[in-house]
Design a protein around this ligand. Structure first.
Ligand code: TYD
Length: 209
């Protein structure tokens, strides 16, 4: 039996972690084996690339190099973890995937969307999630939640915060980008109002499964 590949997308503070946990429980209670993973990362080689991309001292990459690194990590992740797990009938739940590259590098940072799509074709050859939940909330609400969340972190030195220290207009472009992606592919990408209670967000997601 073929498994399923489910991704969660959205800006900062949208609640992807909580919803991933709820989805995992949901499938496990129904007898499925579940693999929870994330991008960039998910397998050791891709986690090494993650460090180059998200840490403060990870490197000052050109937009093209950055795009290629995200897809290099993704190709390893798909071939060595996601596809084998699906072939074994497992449910794969992934925190971010190609939509994040289109939204962050493309809409957010202005890197050429056509080039991103070409690299996607070259590296993934049409491989896409079966379903994607876009946890959508306003920039103000997202940053508010994200700050609250991070104030609980150990020390002020969060080395993974490179992407979170970007300006408000970036976050607006990011949100609009995700919404555009969802509108262009409504069969796959479901927009979920992330300001609802976690229970309601979860029930809405389940209604699409
Ligand atoms: P992640 O750990 O998922 O952070 P968050 O807590 O915001 O979900 O992802 C790390 C950062 O990498 C995040 O700010 C988004 C960014 N990113 C991209 O810019 N492009 C991509 O293709 C991916 C997968 C992530």
């Amino acid at each position: 039996m073929a498994g399923r590949f489910i991704t969660l997308e959205g800006g900062e503070g949208a609640g992807k972690t909580t919803q991933t946990r709820l989805l995992k429980n949901y499938f496990e209670e129904r007898g499925f084996e579940v693999v929870v993973t994330r991008e960039p990362g998910g397998v050791p080689e891709a986690e090494k690339i993650r460090n180059l991309l998200v840490q403060r001292d990870g490197g000052n990459w050109t937009p093209m190099a950055e795009c290629l690194l995200f897809f290099a990590a993704r190709q390893m992740h798909v071939e060595t973890l996601i596809k084998p797990a699906m072939a074994a009938g497992k449910i794969v739940i992934c925190d971010r995937f190609t939509d994040s590259t289109v939204a962050y590098q493309g809409y957010g940072h202005g890197f050429d969307l056509d080039v991103i799509r070409q690299v996607e074709v070259l590296t993934l050859n049409g491989f896409k999630p079966d379903i994607t939940f876009l946890l959508d909330l306003s920039v103000k609400d997202g940053i508010g939640r994200s700050l609250k969340h991070n104030s609980g972190a150990v020390g002020a030195e969060n080395t993974e915060d490179r992407f979170e220290r970007l300006d408000l207009s970036f976050h607006e472009r990011l949100r609009d980008g995700f919404l555009t992606i969802a509108r262009e592919d409504p069969t796959r990408v479901k927009i979920i109002d992330a300001m609802q209670s976690p229970e309601t967000v979860f029930e809405t997601m389940v209604s699409y499964l």
